[in-house]
Write a protein that binds this ligand. Structure first.
Ligand SMILES: [Zn+2]
Length: 247
């Protein structure tokens, strides 16, 4: 599904229209050590908002990854986008029932503390479910990945999320899309939250989720459940819920 995004909210609203010329850009993604994916950046589009870099090839037919940067593309953004795409592919392969076709575009943008949910210093996320768009804002030095910690306490000025890294934020935002796409399942999840008690889930899932409600608990639990080191330690009913949902 390809969407034309319109700039509804005026300047800086985070909606970007993908109109403009398309140019060919060669070259490899700058690597980060030996694990760096070897891929080519095939094209970039020039939009009214600046360069929209399109990092191909898309491992999911339906989801396009863009780096949206109004100025000069910063050094860290290509490897970050590649890392996110690799994570996304892992999720799509590991969880075949993930509603990937409902996620049209993933946007990686420079740090912007004023946009969306704050996960850590330099990492914010925002999902626009009805457009199928996930926005991640990150500084170049934001940690790519980290362990998940259930019930993590937020540090001063930070959010108590299970995984505040770039990929943790990304999985959290994907969780919001999943909840939006799978409405019946989300209703079931809300029932589990009511049964177990939202407050109690602050310790066993996420302090941020517990403070914010079932939407955020879902996204947090999803981020933990889909972590590549997930060890099955979410509350049993939540763990069973996700297992039934995806397997
Ligand atoms: Zn959230």
């Amino acid at each position: 599904m390809k969407l034309l995004l319109v700039n509804k909210g005026g300047k800086g609203s985070g909606h970007h229209g993908h109109v403009g010329r398309r140019g060919e850009v060669g070259g490899s993604i700058p690597g980060k050590g030996t694990n760096a994916p070897k891929e080519k950046v095939l094209s970039s589009e020039i939009t009214p908002y600046g360069h929209t870099w399109r990092s191909l090839n898309n491992l999911s037919k339906d989801t396009k990854f863009y780096i949206i940067d109004k100025g000069k593309l910063s050094k860290g953004k290509l490897p970050q986008a590649a890392t996110m795409r690799t994570e996304y592919v892992r999720l799509v392969k590991s969880f075949p029932k993930l509603p990937a076709s409902d996620i049209s575009e993933v946007h990686l943008q420079p740090e912007n503390e004023n946009k969306g949910e704050k996960f850590a210093e330099g990492v914010t996320g925002l999902t626009i479910p009805m457009f199928g768009v996930i926005n991640i804002h990150a500084s170049d030095d934001a940690p790519d990945s980290g362990d998940y910690v259930l019930g993590r306490k937020g540090k001063k000025g930070q959010t108590g999320v299970v995984d505040p890294s770039l990929l943790g934020a990304f999985r959290h935002e994907i969780g919001h899309m999943v909840a939006y796409s799978k409405k019946q399942a989300f209703t079931k999840f809300k029932g589990i939250v009511t049964k177990l008690g939202r407050k109690n889930l602050g310790k066993t899932i996420s302090t941020y989720g517990s403070a914010q409600g079932a939407d955020e608990l879902f996204a947090e639990a999803f981020s933990a459940f889909t972590h590549n080191n997930y060890s099955g330690d979410l509350p049993r009913e939540v763990d069973n819920f996700f297992r039934r949902m995806f397997r």
